[in-house]
Design a protein around this ligand. Structure first.
Ligand SMILES: O=C(O)C1=C[C@@H](OP(=O)(O)O)[C@@H](O)[C@H](O)C1
Ligand SMILES: C=C(OP(=O)(O)O)C(=O)O
Length: 427
């Protein structure tokens, strides 16, 4: 579905209640489905990716009902999960695929799983390598590097694993396999990635401890159901944080946005670049902090984004690249090679789309060099069927000279189904 967007003719003002966090919504479904008892999930993200996780567990025999943005999960414990009658379809969702491989590897039956063309090209061997060390058996073409895969459930044994990639999905897959492996499983990472799995598993009664970059989980027969309140997704809020920062005179408030330290790299970068951000009404539920963010434009300067901050803002790099085109000086992004294996190669997609609008960006192996400030003309933009690339182009249209025409906006429903309603409310 093509979409034409006109530039904004005035500054942006108003409030947005951003939808629920995608990472936390996935985990709430998974842990609720594996727990004993009823789990209610409030402010669940009704996006396509999270619905893939819901459907996967329904196929495994779990009763899950949705009423508005509330989920009701009737869990009967990990041992009650049943062999699915059909193949599991993970669509476009890397999180569903990788975490489910961790769950399915230790179950006493065989599951067949596949994804859409984008997910089929994303590496699964990064998850299968440690899982195979635990005793997992998987069959697929290319020795199980990519979906489709058949997971032949096996009794698993604990391992000590050091992550070779900075990936919360790999860490989570190993911890979830560790949940039904004999012994204590330990995962060590080199930079802290999002820790929602650790935080939420603890709330569901698992024996899990983190100490700096190392997390240890002990095998657990059953999790205990607990209600989850999902904060707003900072990765979705990011689009409006940047919108307010690039349209002169704007001021926006984003309500109940998740503020977990492993996710707030974008706030650090925005503040460094000269954007004014205030946080009010801070609260914490289930170990996840959230609050209201008010953002106001300031004079933007370039920054260097590298090292340990990268996993704390990995999904926000496309929209940060747009922001950097409006900052005085050269912004350098390094250590972000993971962007090459997302829904599309995001280094290449961002560079092509923004240079097509008139920006001056050089792609590097592991990031981008962005020369600012450039005015953006607008024009046609490919979305590469990547929700974050499509939303980046939509936000860019606020400041382009001409209209922006995005070839296909259907991918936005993956993480932010109400994106255009929210954009129209403040525009
Ligand atoms: O664990 C998660 O929920 C996610 C982890 C990140 O992926 P990687 O683990 O591949 O870095 C992120 O990009 C993705 O959107 C969600
Ligand atoms: C990379 C993303 O998600 P996933 O890996 O779950 O497909 C994303 O949402 O930007």
């Amino acid at each position: 579905m093509e979409k034409r967007l006109k530039p904004a003719d005035h500054s942006l003002h108003g409030e947005i209640d951003v939808p629920g966090d995608k990472s936390i919504s996935h985990r709430a479904v998974m842990f609720g489905a594996m727990a004993q008892g009823v789990t209610r999930v409030r402010h669940f993200l009704d996006g396509e990716d999270c619905m893939r996780t819901v459907k996967a567990f329904q196929s495994l025999g779990v009763s899950i009902d949705k009423n508005g943005d509330e989920l009701h999960i009737d869990g009967k414990g990990i041992l009650a999960l049943k062999e699915p009658a059909e193949k599991l379809y993970f669509g476009n969702s890397g999180t569903t695929a990788r975490l489910m491989l961790g769950v399915l590897s230790g179950l006493p039956f065989t599951t067949h799983a596949y994804g859409d063309p984008s997910l089929t090209k994303r590496p699964m061997d990064r998850v299968m390598k440690p899982l195979k060390q635990m005793g997992a058996r998987v069959e697929g073409i290319d020795s199980g590097e990519y979906l489709p895969l058949s997971i032949i459930g096996q009794p698993l044994k604990a391992i000590d694993y050091t992550l070779p990639v900075k990936s919360a999905q790999v860490k989570s897959a190993v911890l979830l396999a560790g949940l039904h492996a004999e012994g204590k499983t330990t995962v060590t990472e080199s930079s802290l990635t999002r820790n929602h799995t650790e935080t939420m598993l603890k709330a569901f009664g698992a024996s899990i401890e983190s100490n700096g970059l190392t997390t240890t989980i002990t095998s657990e027969k059953s999790l205990i159901a607990t209600d989850v309140h999902v904060p707003g997704d900072i990765s979705s809020a990011a689009f409006f944080l940047v919108a307010a920062a690039i349209v002169p005179g704007s001021k926006l408030t984003l309500r109940r946005v998740g503020l977990n330290d492993t996710r707030t790299g974008i706030l650090d970068v925005l503040q460094k670049m000269g954007v004014y951000i205030t946080i009010e009404n801070e609260k914490e539920i289930g170990g996840e902090r959230f609050g209201d963010l008010t953002v106001e434009a300031g004079k933007l300067t370039s920054v260097i984004i590298e090292g340990d901050i990268i996993p704390r803002l990995i999904d926000e790099i496309p929209i940060l690249a747009l922001l950097a085109t409006q900052a005085e000086g050269t912004t350098i992004i390094r250590d972000a090679e993971e962007l090459r294996v997302k829904e599309t190669d995001r280094i290449s997609a961002v560079t092509t789309v923004l240079n097509g609008f008139g920006a001056s960006i050089e792609a590097t192996e592991d990031g981008m060099v962005i020369h600012g400030k450039t005015s953006l003309r607008g024009g046609k933009a490919a979305s590469y069927h990547d929700h974050r690339i499509a939303m980046m182009s939509a936000i860019a249209s606020l400041i382009t000279e001409k209209d922006v025409i995005i070839d296909d906006i259907s991918s936005i429903a993956i993480s932010y189904p109400s994106f255009f309603e929210d954009l129209n409310r403040i525009k």
